[in-house]
Design a binder for this molecule. Sequence first.
Ligand code: PEP
Ligand code: MG
Length: 576
Amino acid sequence: MLLQGIAASPGYAIGVAKVLSAKAVHIVKRQLADSQLDEETGRFDAAIAATRVELEVIHGKLVAQQKEPEAEIFEAHLMLLEDEELVDRSKERVREERINAEYAFFTTSEEIAEMISALDDPYLKERAADIRDVSRRVINHLQGISSEPLNDVTGKIILFAEDLTPSDTAQLDPSKVVAFATQAGGRTSHSAIIARSIGIPAIVGIGGSLENAVKDGQTVIIDGTNGKVIIEPDEASLARYSQLQQEQHEHAQYYQTYLNQPSVSRDGVQVELVANIGSVKDAEQAAKAGAEGIGLFRTEFLYMDAPELPSEETQFEAYRKAAEAIGSKSPIVIRTSDIGGDKEIPYMKLPKEDNPFLGFRAIRICLDRPEMFKTQLRAILRASAFGNLKIMFPMIAALNEWRQAKSLLEEVKGELREAGISFNPSIEVGIMIEIPAAAILADKFAKEVDFFSIGTNDLVQYTMAADRMNPKLGYLNDPLHPAVLQLIERVISAAHANGKWVGMCGEMAGQKHALPILLGLGLDEFSMSASAILPARALLAKLSQQEMKQVAQAVLELGSAEEVKAYVEEHVQELK
Ligand code: PEP
Ligand code: MG
């Protein structure tokens, strides 16, 4: 059987399906005799203790991997095991109602979860999910089922899930999970971005009902390059994909030869190939993957899933360590927090919105909460004494937003100076161009900022009026659309006319059909998933910027993304 989804992370994998089921656990009520009650409460205590050990192990692993925000999720789960309302109350019910522990615990946790999720408070809704998560683990122990869905599977696993949350992805072990496919999501949703950063093939937005389509243990092929899932493939498909995997392996070895090479075109034009990261660990991986710097540090990952706003110290440490990991001379662009949209921060208690991508997001929140914003700016400025940091504001739509953000930055600089704390006084400050209004007025912004970075993930969704998370709209979410290309051309020209450099940190920067056009348009810095850097450097080495200028001018005149792609395929021989 063949399922078609959105190609989220390229490559091929052959493995065994593991379906992460979202089904509710099945709990039966059993009435107990008085003589059984001691044993039942003992069984319950043992399940709580085993869950604690399990959570401590996961927590320890995440701390060792420096995945602090993810580790904090499990800290919160550990705290729930101490909760009187949940744990002590369940135990009382075993005795009072003479019932089995799983039923007592399940009903108690459901009652609490339902009560708090009825309160219409996004923060408490998240806590309800935590309670259910912990409840599932404890009940699994009571029923003798492994909570770690991947522990009981050997071989190469291909994970199928409705969607993968940051906590799921935090636990993905790329040595076991060779690929994944999700029902939800689009090319620029988090699960897709994370798959590209760890370099495993992935498909998102396959829709339909997973449980009817694929079963645990079935052999599956994931073609992440073309967005295809093949379930129980025939011999011919297996042979073809084994061959493709072999070629992929040979390509990877070939790309390694570009590891320590400069990023330069065939006609000698040097650009910067840098990485997008969300953590210190990503910075270390980016350095190993040949990145010359960091073009986007998505700092909101430090805020997500943490139990509260990260302190100045926590942030300072993260920025300093990331700068040191990539090399203190290499550029590292720290984007101030881009909270909102698809990135919910439960503890911030932001009002629920009908259109979160068009709502209270990123710089709009920061300007509304200057104390939170200034804490982050202080942390970045302090870290600027330890590396080549640059600051970037996301989601700028209006000149006033930029000016207000800049003046808060100046205020913080003044405070640091007064306190005698060192920082780089001439730190570069730029903005993301991801809203069409900013792209259209790029000439005005270019007079005031130090640099631009084009965020095509959002620029495309706002230009095409197509939610980037909606799998049905994948056909509109294409950065090769000439309307988007014309905006990009306008932004690059405006920056250069004002003597400023311009980068791109949207996923487009790492796409092979886009690279020739972007080189031709004169983009200075390309920021992408770490795994895309060496293939991009290898392609760049074959291209001539002079020739690509003509390609770029030609595609700007076309009428659709399909025509642009076809034109590039026909006229850029080096892609073959
Ligand atoms: C973008 O919009 O292109 C971008 C890089 O930002 P994010 O994907 O984090 O919204
Ligand atoms: Mg964006």
